[in-house]
Design a protein around this ligand. Structure first.
Ligand code: CAA
Length: 240
């Protein structure tokens, strides 16, 4: 039986490339999305990957959604916590709402996605937790106090889960993408984006597929001794 992979925010951007790459690698894939029905329907038409709509910021919705995925496809073996949003503003202009929206989706969303599948992974003695963090969780970013805090939080989550899951055959790792050519990065004002690209030694934005290939490796049986680690995929922009 094919292993089952759940990808949050899996119908667009980096998430869509991850869903596709996992499908190509033989997984049964469930991709979640928050609101864009049209994009999700198009994604399913084009890829044959089933999509599910729920808000990762809501624990009960996540739990119910995951129960539906498991009823449809079987127990979830691989979780890719990818769903994320930005609400960029310099700190003196950042509103409590912008802070909470980002924390609710990017950080609480990881808890809400992993917590419901954790007991089953422990019982079955296999699991792969892959959290999509960010270069900006490693280095901080002007106008991203909220986003950087959540992405740094992701690293604390995987380092702790790695210790708790290791004996049960579960690994937890993070990937820190640099600037990838998705809608999120294209939403940055053009002038700012150009100045960012100038800071990338590779001289270009990354491609979603370059992150997806890291995910496929971390999801595999072969990666079993890699646990609590962070893979940076940023074109040489930042080293830890
Ligand atoms: N470093 C230092 N100063 C900066 C700066 C930076 N990176 N970016 C902007 N500034 C300065 C501007 O030059 C400007 O200075 P002056 O007032 O002296 O001209 C000031 O900060 C900005 O002031 P504004 O009041 O005009 O700012 P604003 O309220 O209009 O906000 C912004 C603009 C939201 C900061 C916008 O510039 C922006 O979106 N910047 C990009 C932030 C960013 O990189 N986000 C990453 C998104 S992609 C992502 O998050 C994916 C991932 O994981 C990598």
């Amino acid at each position: 039986m094919a292993r089952v992979a759940l990808v949050t925010g899996g119908s667009r951007g980096i998430g869509a490339a991850i869903s596709q790459a996992l499908k190509d690698a033989g997984y049964s894939v469930a991709a979640t999305y928050a609101g864009n029905d049209e994009a999700a329907a198009k994604f399913t038409d084009e890829t044959g990957i089933k999509t599910y709509k729920w808000n990762v910021a809501d624990y009960d919705e996540s739990k119910a959604g995951i129960a539906q995925v498991e009823a449809d496809l079987g127990p979830v073996d691989v979780v890719v916590a990818n769903a994320g949003i930005t609400r960029d503003a310099p700190f003196h202009k950042m509103t409590p709402e912008q802070w909470h929206q980002v924390v609710d989706t990017n950080l609480n969303g990881v808890f809400n996605t992993v917590h419901p599948v954790w007991p089953g992974m422990r019982e079955r003695k296999f699991g792969r937790i892959i959290v999509i963090s960010s270069i900006n969780g490693q280095k901080g970013q002007f106008a991203q106090v909220n986003y950087a805090a959540t992405k740094a939080g992701d690293l604390g989550i995987v380092k702790s889960l790695a210790q708790e899951g290791a004996r049960a055959g579960i690994t937890a790792n993070a990937i820190c993408p640099g600037y990838i050519g998705t809608d999120m990065v294209m939403a940055v004002p053009e002038k700012v984006r150009e100045s960012i690209i100038a800071q990338i030694p590779a001289g270009r934005l990354g491609e979603p597929e370059e992150i997806a290939r890291c995910v496929v490796f971390l999801a595999s049986e072969d990666s079993g001794f890699i646990n609590g680690s962070t893979i940076s995929a940023n074109g040489g922009q930042f080293f830890v």
